[in-house]
Design a protein around this ligand. Sequence first.
Ligand SMILES: Cc1ncc(C[n+]2csc(CCO)c2C)c(N)n1
Length: 217
Amino acid sequence: MNLTCQQLLQNHPQVWQQATVHPFLERCYLGTIQPQQFNTWLVQDYLFVVEFTRFVARVLANAPQEHFDVILGGLSALKDELNWFEAKAAERKLNLKTQKQATTTKYSQYMAQTNEMPYPVQATALWAIELAYNQAWQLPGTMPEPYAEFANRWGNRGFTEYVKLLEKQADEALATACDRIQKQAESAFLQIASLEKDFWNMAFYLASQSSADNPKN
Ligand SMILES: Cc1ncc(C[n+]2csc(CCO)c2C)c(N)n1
């Protein structure tokens, strides 16, 4: 088996769709997302990105030297990203020193676990996590402000190119990986898709437990 990132997307279209298409994003597009829903997402995503930064640093530590440029570029962008999240939270008077929700904890733990796996698995995971946002924020179409700023941040051409470079590096790493490691990479892809879906659900439903949005009602 010679697994590639494109094959993962082709083999699991439904799982990937659930990771990247969600009523949370549709409501941003329509401008009808509730502030509590958006703010929950914003704070939890900041907490996620802090852990993601640790994850990327550890991927770098495992990467072949030829892959340093792209990963170091990503790490340097994360510095800006964290500052930007802090600015957005301050505008909304949100407290970032809050506890992680269960899903954020689960996702953080999963990234730490992936850091114990072989490099091809980590490179695939890094690509999948970045691609999820690159697609999710673009798919609904042009969003109104204040959500356009968020959508453009991860939907812009520069970020799309960066995700393509991550894909190339993951493909290179997968090309020489044995079957067992390729299977691990496939399950990492599936796990990430599922955690992405959970993350949207967390923000969308937790903030509206008594509303008609919640399928539990
Ligand atoms: C749940 C969740 N999944 C993926 C990302 C994607 N992501 C992580 S850090 C970053 C900035 C640039 O590297 C981006 C786009 C996210 N933010 N939150």
